[in-house]
Design a protein around this ligand. Structure first.
Ligand code: RUB
Length: 323
């Protein structure tokens, strides 16, 4: 259901940059699909050249958007399959293709499993608020609806990208009663909300969640109104490098997405700022729903250690190769 058609790497990179392909899970699967297609089409029989070229395009894809950790995690996971010596390019291609296909199906299964776990947290009569357009968060709502739970949703508009339009279409297609609100109406309606459910672009080792700009304000409003705050995140959105104290970079996009250039030109003292993600601290989050089960945010380290299986050595790029 979530399969992304293979495309050339440069095409995919451009689509991720311009947000034609967006959402942390979709970005990861699209990048892996593109790498797989690139590997399959590699013309030379020289294994050294193959390794070099795969590392080059992997780096190109990783550089497209800085915040969604699913992207480098997915690429590192599949590139790891090339960290052994190969006798032929075709053997490497076969192994790489297997790793890519395994990642894509695991990612699809993870979304489905998160939906099953998340749906159990939605009860008859609940009013649920969601922000942005997260397939993992939406899957919880869709599966609850299919289980016959009767609930309604507030969906935010999500300035400046209007991802809320994608969300209300999905909810409407499944016949889920939904109120569409501007981002600034969240606190006004929060007293009516029982649960907030959002996705994640990254989860830090301390349980902080990076998601679409505005998420942290929603978490504050939910905290004040005692509404539960749930995050739906696949394990490959947890950020191993935060163990080493690294921060997750928050992408700031061009101001023209917020203030059209034609207006900006007339206002020389005004600069439009456009950070597109923010950080919600763990203390405002009740649960993170992963495909391995629902955990309190304080358990993020366990996910990184036990399910991502990262070792400190994996953090280094060795001999210019991305492992
Ligand atoms: C998307 C966004 C989503 C997460 C999770 O931001 O913040 O909530 O990526 O989505 P953008 P999913 O539109 O800027 O990519 O659950 O689909 O991975």
């Amino acid at each position: 259901m979530y399969y992304v058609q293979p495309m050339l790497v440069t095409d995919t990179a451009e689509k991720i940059k311009t947000m034609e392909i967006r959402g942390a899970g979709r970005i990861a699967r699209a990048a892996v699909s593109a790498l797989m297609a690139h590997s399959d089409a590699f013309p030379s029989k020289d294994t050294g050249e193959y390794q070099k070229e795969m590392s080059r395009v992997a780096a190109l894809l990783i550089g497209t958007r800085p915040t969604a950790v699913s992207l480098p995690n997915a690429i590192h996971l599949v590139m790891r399959s090339l960290s052994v010596e190969f006798t032929s390019v075709s053997a490497a291609q076969e192994r790489f293709s297997g790793a890519c296909q395994a990642f894509i199906s695991a990612s699809e299964r993870a979304v489905h499993r998160i939906g099953q776990v998340g749906a159990r947290h939605i009860r008859d009569g609940d009013v649920v608020l969601t922000h942005c357009n997260s397939e993992a968060a939406l899957e919880c709502l869709l599966q609850a609806n299919r289980n016959g739970v009767s609930f309604s949703v507030f969906a935010t508009e999500v300035r400046p990208g209007n991802q809320g339009l994608l969300t209300i279409k999905v909810l409407n297609d499944d016949g889920i009663p939904t109120s569409y609100i501007v981002d600034s109406a969240v606190r006004y309606f929060m007293k009516q909300v029982d649960k907030v459910i959002v996705g994640a672009d990254a989860v830090s080792v301390n349980g902080a969640v990076v998601n679409k700009i505005g998420t942290s304000q929603i978490a504050l409003a939910a905290h004040e109104a005692r509404a539960r705050f749930l995050v739906a995140a696949e394990t490959y959105k947890f950020a191993p490098r935060t163990i080493l104290g690294e921060y997750i970079e928050i992408e700031e996009r061009d101001g023209s997405e917020v203030l059209p250039e034609i207006i900006a030109k007339t206002l020389p003292y005004v600069t439009a700022r456009n950070p597109v993600f923010d950080v919600t601290p763990a203390e405002y989050i009740d649960l993170i729903i992963t495909e391995e089960g629902a955990i309190p945010p304080q358990m993020a380290y366990i996910i990184i250690r036990d399910y991502l299986g990262w070792e400190i050595g994996d953090f280094q790029e060795r001999e210019g190769r991305i492992l």
